[in-house]
Design a protein around this ligand. Structure first.
Ligand SMILES: Nc1nc2c(ncn2[C@@H]2O[C@H](COP(=O)(O)OP(=O)(O)OP(=O)(O)O)[C@@H](O)[C@H]2O)c(=O)[nH]1
Length: 805
């Protein structure tokens, strides 16, 4: 193992623990070393100490030393990742750099459909001075909210694409002793995400790159189906969240039900940090339970925040909820637990610190309350973002070092370290392709040359902008831990960019498989070039939107996450590319599998003059057990088939799985084992073994009691109670399995598993059965055998089409 780097120069000493010894680091500084190398016995692993120079040295001079030292520390980490921890670097950050990062927040707003994400973001932009007026989603002025910039979003009143913006929030806190107001300015990068599951990739990639999130819940509905999905996505990327119960002005608002939902359905410890003052149309503000102060939103747009004593009629209730908050914190935070055991009431600062610690540790979520539409209590939510969500240096981000067998390396949001950034979203704009980049380490400057880790291509960054919905602001440089967009780089969504020498790449986001597809073609052949352009752009921008040409019919098939998803692209094609298209019936992404163990012994033997084809494969096929990935195994003993030919067999198996024998859909949950065979001295070839395997696969598959599988969707229907009978009837007709029904004061929520196939046209029937008041969401759950009659029909139809061709 290499001795870690050692840097000593002037009075700056950088010492690192290595093999149980403290050693000073020497690297770039070796030639100018003026201090002797330090050797100290130490027992404490993972500690790095960087000591500043003497006070006589200029600040700038010291600063440079700090930066070089930190670069050396990271170099040490690269060679011996165990030599230091991120905490060590962070705790030794240049104080100026640490102060900058402390005031940066990268957050996302995510929630179930229509919970008020865009409306809340509009208020955030207004109160931070980014926009001059407030415009509503589906508002009467027909302008639409700032973050819904796409024409279709404004028309439909839904968010389709996530939109990024940034703002500065000046947090005002009274000094606990003097009562004097202290102002702190925070820089917030914010992404508003869509709620519809059809656009789930937008949430996925936003959460991949954000450090914290605001989970919005509706005060009437509480935890809803997509809240559960968003919760899952937040957990996937370890994103700490604060929760905001919105719509407190609505009739039937009940924030305590929402909090129960977070505790029970999301299994996340949650407690209110607010108590509402007034409810429904009497909602005026909140009691801050940490400081025990009433906070009113006043003025025409709630821009004036007035603090007062807690109203007398709420004091007891507020005390009870404060105790509940402390109790919940005691379960997740040791310091509060100790105070609780000592029967001591923790101070407001202790409570605040405990909320911050446990939120960042993903053990707790503080729950705030307000109403975005009624302009109430949004500023306290912004304060909570600053108080409880992490700054970029408090989040662990790893890259894989490809030069060292993909060993994980911790990235540090430090401007002077080599640059590492992740391209998480692509968008076509009037000025060319726009790539959103999260800078994890180092800074990115205009004109800088960076390397795409996937392709190895070097690119020069021609232009950097900060996005404000669809507007942009040019910047020369963007610091570590921030989000920006760059023009003129060719890449795919999820690519890592890094400074030339670094072989780092970051793991990308989770991309769900499409579940629905339809055939599509332009109505007029003259539109074909524009049609192709649109298709390739949409595919580049959205990894859940796929296009392929069907081998048999020659038709273009688009696939995506749901009917709405595909219909939005069809509509965008018309509006943005002037292409009218004809589409076929939506098709379900079926799968095929076998249900029985089948042995095979297949011989391919052809003699057509010259060298022939010879390959014999023997083995068996069987269900893998779960409907997961397919598996190829070779158990050949005695070398009857060489490695090279077995590799060809594997290829043949993989190719067979792409188009199943029943319907031409993908194969799932099938294992093929080859345990014997025969090879001919001259006639065997890789092609012969690949073909023989494909033949054997087809025959064995048909003999293995094959089945057509269809996607089952987790379906959640919400409607007024009086329509429950009608709706249950509708679902029964579709053979849905009803898992749960929750009856509220006005509405009921029904969860069922229903096949995607039987859900086509469901939305219009639901509307008819509930006087337009019912809503439903669906999300892919799992594959399950299709009903036998449907399987027969599908197979017969496929055979007929094959025969026609
Ligand atoms: N009563 C009431 N209505 C609200 C409130 N906040 C938002 N709304 C309304 O709820 C509807 C949905 O609001 P949006 O802000 O578009 O919700 P969203 O979560 O961004 O929607 P999607 O992104 O499409 O999922 C709009 O009609 C808003 O006016 C609120 O605090 N109170």
């Amino acid at each position: 193992m290499r001795v870690p780097s050692l840097a000593t120069r002037g009075s700056l000493r950088l010492v690192a623990l290595y093999n149980g010894e403290w050693q000073a680091c020497r690297r770039t500084f070796a030639s100018t070393t003026t201090l002797p190398i330090q050797h100290k016995q130490a027992t404490n692993h993972q500690r790095i100490a960087i000591r500043p120079g003497t006070p006589q040295q200029s600040l700038q001079h010291q600063q440079r030393r700090w930066q070089s030292a930190a670069a050396a520390v990271q170099e040490t980490a690269v060679h011996d990742p165990n030599a230091l921890s991120q905490d060590a670097i962070v705790s030794n950050l240049d104080p100026k750099e640490a102060a900058r990062l402390d005031k940066v927040r990268n957050i996302g707003i995510a929630a179930h459909i229509d919970s008020g994400k865009t409306t809340a973001t509009e208020r955030v932009l207004f109160y931070t001075g980014r926009i001059k007026d407030i415009h509503e989603v589906r508002g009467r002025d027909a302008v639409g909210a700032k973050m819904d910039s796409m024409e279709l979003e404004r028309e439909k009143g839904i968010t389709i694409q996530s939109a990024a913006t940034f703002c500065d929030w000046v947090k005002k806190t009274p000094d606990p002793v003097t009562g004097e107001m202290k102002e702190e300015k925070y820089h917030i990068n914010l992404i508003d995400t869509p709620g519809h599951i059809d656009f789930t990739i937008e949430v996925e990639r936003a959460l991949r790159v954000l450090d914290g999130a605001v989970l919005i819940l509706c005060a009437v509905s509480g935890v809803q189906s997509q809240t559960v999905t968003v919760d899952r996505q937040m957990r996937r990327y370890n994103v700490p969240r604060i929760s905001f119960v919105n719509k407190m002005d609505r009739a039937g608002a009940n924030p305590w039900k929402a909090i129960d939902g977070i505790n029970q359905k999301l299994k996340m410890a949650a407690a209110a940090v607010h108590v509402p003052i007034g409810m429904e149309d009497e909602f005026k503000g909140v009691v801050d339970l940490i400081r025990m102060k009433a906070v009113y939103s006043e003025g025409e747009n709630g821009e004036i925040i007035r603090e007062d004593e807690v109203p007398a009629d709420l004091r007891e209730f507020a005390q009870e909820k404060r105790r509940k908050l402390i109790e919940t914190l005691a379960d997740v935070d040791e310091e509060i637990a100790n105070a609780f055991l000592d029967e001591r009431t923790p101070s407001p600062t202790e409570i605040k610190d405990a909320i911050r610690r446990s939120t960042i540790a993903l053990k707790f979520t503080p729950v705030l309350m307000g109403s975005a539409l009624a302009d109430k209590s949004i500023q306290p939510m912004l304060d909570a973002v600053c108080d409880f969500l992490p700054n970029p240096s408090e989040v662990e981000n790893l890259a894989l070092d490809r030069k060292r067998a993909e060993a994980p390396v911790k990235l540090v949001s430090y401007n002077s370290l080599p640059f590492v950034g992740l391209a998480f979203k692509l968008e076509e704009s009037n000025f060319g392709q726009l790539t959103y980049v999260r800078v994890y380490q180092g800074s990115l400057r205009k004109g800088q040359v960076v390397t795409n880790a996937r392709t190895g291509n070097k690119v020069k960054i021609p232009r950097i902008v900060r996005m404000h919905s669809n507007e942009m602001e040019d910047v020369q440089e963007i610091g570590a831990g921030e989000i920006c967009a760059v023009f003129g780089i060719d890449c795919a969504s999820g690519d890592t960019f890094a400074d030339g020498g670094l072989g780092y790449s970051m793991t990308s986001m989770f991309v769900p498989d499409p579940v629905i597809s339809l055939s599509i073609k332009p109505k007029q052949t003259k539109d074909t070039p524009n049609f192709s352009k649109a298709m390739s752009r949409f595919q580049r921008e959205d990894p859940t939107f796929r296009v392929h040409v069907d081998n048999e019919s020659g038709e273009s098939i688009i696939s995506g996450m749901g009917e709405l998803h595909l219909s939005i692209y069809v509509e965008r094609m018309r509006r943005e590319y002037n292409v009218e298209v004809t589409t076929g019936q939506p098709q379900v992404a079926y799968r095929e599998t076998i249900t029985q163990h089948v042995p095979f012994d297949h011989l391919l033997k052809k003699q057509t003059g010259g060298a022939g084809d010879y390959a014999r494969v023997v083995g068996y096929m069987e269900p893998t057990g779960q409907l997961g990935d397919n598996l190829f195994e070779q158990k050949v003993v005695g070398g009857t088939i060489s490695e090279k030919y077995l590799f060809a067999c594997d290829k043949g198996f993989q190719a067979s799985c792409v188009e199943g024998p029943l319907l031409g859909h993908k194969v799932l949950g099938t294992t093929m084992v080859i345990n014997d065979g025969a090879t001919h001295m001259t006639d065997s070839s890789e092609l012969a073994f690949k073909t023989a395997t494909q033949h054997a696969f087809r025959q064995a598959f048909r003999a293995g009691q094959p089945q057509v599988l269809e996607p089952l969707m987790k379906t959640v229907v919400t409607a007024p109670n009086e329509f429950q009978g009608n709706i249950v009837g509708l679902l029964n007709k579709r053979n849905a399995v009803i898992n749960d029904t929750e009856i509220g004061a006005d509405d009921f929520v029904l969860s069922a598993d229903c096949s995607l196939n039987s859900l086509f046209g469901f939305s219009s029937q639901l509307r008819a059965a509930s006087q337009g008041k019912g809503e439903f969401t669906m999300e892919f759950s799992h594959y399950s055998p299709a009903p036998p009659q449907l399987q027969k029909e599908l197979i017969a139809k496929h055979e007929k089409e094959k025969y026609k061709r």
